[in-house]
Ligand binder design. Structure first.
Ligand code: GLA
Length: 690
């Protein structure tokens, strides 16, 4: 408030500029509500009204600029950042913080016309055109230089603005160019990595089909070829997007305050590049969370939040989400009344520290006229506006409770792009989707324990009591070594089907699965089978079906937990799941894709064995529990994703953060209702009974 008054008084502008950053930060809630705002699309005279409406909706942050290049640099080398400066300053007057997007996803027409080499080449050889977006080539040296220059200009102008809190590089990376220069870059990248063609030929087994290379220039650009080449092509793509990002990150870091974060908005499970690699130099991970057609699938969407939290292993932002509906799905239905709020709190429960709507108001023309918004083309609020304003109010109310808290988990699910790429390149059963396999483990674990991490297969594992690796198809020796150490250190490692079949070059391991982990397991895979019919399985976890994939296992010291029934003959009576105790640790190998109810039984067994407890306790089906912990507090976020009222009995009395901190032992959740509950923390210290 103080700050707003200060900004509103023009004479005190200088004072504002030198106010310690801490006082600005103190004004901002720990959890932010945001919107994508495009001031360049509207007359400046309209901006105050928009910002007033945003302030009334408790919007704390706007993202601006990411598609505004033609306004920021209307002619080559002529920069006009004044208008954006005025928009940022006006936002400050309304107490609104700003994230600046660099505009490299939408180069201006003069640029690509004058320098056609900056345009991407599509895989079929056609040049991308102006008029859509992402037409710039991320591998073009000239295009990168233009991107660096505009990022540098923006950083110099906004790098010390008190209400600019962060940067978004580009927008939803993923475009790639198939031109000759990029092809040469790929060959150079391979040369640097392998050193000699002998090494490359050996690792790729190029004697196969006479693929042997005698010159680096002979190597084609994937995908669709040798699995070794395909995997390296994905890694090269990752490296090239990382370089594209790095140039802008460097320009911004050089000219901006350290307190300003740098992020880029990812797209969930999108796998064109390795998000762990791109996240390394970012301060914050963020993603664009869209339901599209239908309604929120809390398990699937929660898994994507957890994936994003795993990129930096800390809280993240939802940089974009749908205000009701999108414009690009088969049916662009609006989420039910209350569902947008439920979805926002579901994000916070999973560790989001901001939820930002795309977009504030639709442009009068352009490809997205039909997309959901908070303010209509007429400039007045749409029906959803009030629900979003409620979310903003609630974020403020819960800010003190949630400050300094993050989700924590005893169980990690390991995820690897290398392995996904390897499986997707050779699915062997077209329905074998590695993300679907991961989800089959995630859903029951998340529901039963109410907390789980999804982290890179290279992440530190020591703190976890159980680690599930559903599909580590590519298993370099050092990964096998780390997993072995984890088990020897007392952890329970659960491997899914297709584990450890490949080495770091996407070549088959010269040993039966799980390759380097066979001695630890005391068992191995005799043969794998893609299934066109389910196969019955039964044993310690009850009975059910193996779907899509089944591996015939052989125990060599391990216990058999599940056995196949009658199927293709080869599998009949053979082990489907092996498990072996190793000191205080354990390794379990699940050789089949199990049906959902068997997966639940398996999860119950794992949880019981590990002595693991749910974060809160039993809740009715459809009620999602999330927990954030930190600064001496535990905060539970309960979301009723169903359309019927639900009742929850709490294990201990807690404070209702959204209801004046009243103490309660039960919670009645209306349809799509939300409850935020606090245990510990400053607010409850004086209260008796805690
Ligand atoms: C993406 C983009 C936005 C917008 C939305 C529409 O997430 O980043 O610019 O196009 O989709 O849903």
């Amino acid at each position: 408030m103080q700050l707003k008054q200060c900004w509103q008084t023009a004479g005190l502008a200088l004072l504002c500029a030198i106010l310690p950053v801490a006082s600005l930060a103190a004004e901002r809630p720990a959890i932010l509500l945001g919107a994508a705002w495009y001031p360049e699309q509207w007359p400046e005279s309209r901006w105050p009204e928009d910002l007033k409406l945003m302030e009334a909706a408790h919007i704390h942050v706007v993202r601006v600029g990411e598609f505004a290049w033609s306004r920021l640099e209307p002619q080559e080398g002529q920069f006009d950042l004044d208008w954006l400066d005025r928009a940022v300053a006006l936002a400050a007057e309304h107490g609104i913080s700003v994230v600046i997007g660099t505009p490299s996803a939408a180069p201006p027409a003069w640029l690509t016309q004058k320098y056609p080499d900056t345009l991407r080449t599509e895989q079929d050889g056609r040049k991308a055109q102006h008029g859509n977006r992402q037409q710039g080539s991320p591998t073009s040296a000239r295009y990168r230089e233009f991107c660096r220059r505009i990022a540098d200009q923006m950083a110099r102008r906004f790098g010390h603005q008190p209400n600019v809190i962060g940067w978004q590089i580009d927008n939803e990376y993923g475009a790639f160019s198939w031109d000759d220069d990029t092809h040469r870059q790929f060959q150079d990248w391979l040369r640097q990595k392998y050193g000699t063609l002998d090494a490359l030929n050996r690792h790729w087994t190029t004697e196969y089909w006479s693929q042997t290379y005698t010159d680096w220039s002979q190597i084609p650009m994937g995908p669709g070829g040798n699995p070794g080449l395909d995997l390296e092509f994905k890694r090269f793509l990752t490296a090239s997007i990382r370089d594209f990002q790095h140039i802008q990150v460097q320009a911004i870091r050089a000219a901006s305050d350290k307190r300003q974060f740098i992020t880029s908005n990812f797209m969930g499970w999108y796998d064109a590049f390795d998000h762990y690699v791109l996240s390394e130099e970012l301060d914050l991970a963020s993603w664009d969370d869209y339901v599209g057609s239908g309604h929120l699938d809390a398990a699937r969407n929660g898994m994507t939040h957890d994936l994003t939290r795993g990129f930096k292993r800390k809280n993240f932002w939802v940089m974009e989400t749908q205000p009701g509906s999108v414009n690009w799905a088969p049916v662009n239905n609006v989420l039910d009344r209350g569902e947008v709020r439920a979805m926002a709190w579901h994000a916070i429960g999973h560790g989001a520290d901001a939820v930002s709507y795309w977009q504030w108001r639709s442009a009068l023309n352009g490809q997205e006229e039909y997309h959901g918004v908070l303010v209509g083309a007429d400039g007045t609020p749409v029906p959803l506006y009030d629900e979003v304003a409620q979310i903003g109010r609630e974020f403020e109310q819960s800010s003190e409770a949630l400050a300094g808290t993050s989700p924590v988990a005893d169980v990690a699910i390991l995820h690897s792009y290398d392995s996904r790429w390897a499986i997707n390149g050779q699915r062997h059963n077209q329905d074998f989707d590695p993300v679907g396999l991961l989800a089959s483990y995630y859903k029951p674990v998340r529901e039963m324990l109410q907390q789980v991490d999804v982290v890179s297969a290279d992440a530190p594992l020591a703190g976890y009591r159980m680690v599930i690796a559903p599909g580590l198809n590519v298993m370099p020796d050092d990964m096998a070594q780390r997993l072995t150490e984890y088990v020897n250190g007392g952890g329970h490692l659960v491997l899914g089907p297709r584990s450890a079949m490949k080495d770091a070059y996407n070549a088959l391991q010269p040993a039966r699965q799980p390759g380097p982990l066979v001695p630890l397991l005391g068992g191995r895979v005799e043969q794998f089978y893609a299934l066109n019919e389910d196969v019955p399985v039964s044993g310690a976890w009850g009975s059910g079906k193996a779907r899509l994939w089944a591996e015939q296992l052989k125990a060599q010291g391990a216990d058999t937990l599940l056995t196949y029934g009658e199927g293709n003959g080869w599998l009949d009576g053979q082990p489907a799941v092996l498990s072996r105790k190793v000191g205080k640790g354990r390794i379990t190998y699940v050789g089949a894709w199990l049906d959902n109810s068997l997966m639940r039984a398996a999860t119950e067994w794992m949880i019981r064995l590990g002595g693991l407890e749910p974060a809160l306790g039993p809740v009715p089906e459809g009620v999602e529990v999330s927990r954030r912990v930190g600064a001496g507090k535990e905060v539970f976020v309960l979301v009723n994703h169903t359309k019927t009222p639900q009742h929850v009995t709490l294990p201990r009395p807690m404070r209702r953060v959204l209801h004046d901190n009243a103490v309660t032992s039960t919670v009645d959740l209306p349809p799509r209702g939300v409850e935020v509950l606090l245990l510990g923390g400053r607010a409850i210290v004086p209260a008796a009974g805690f």
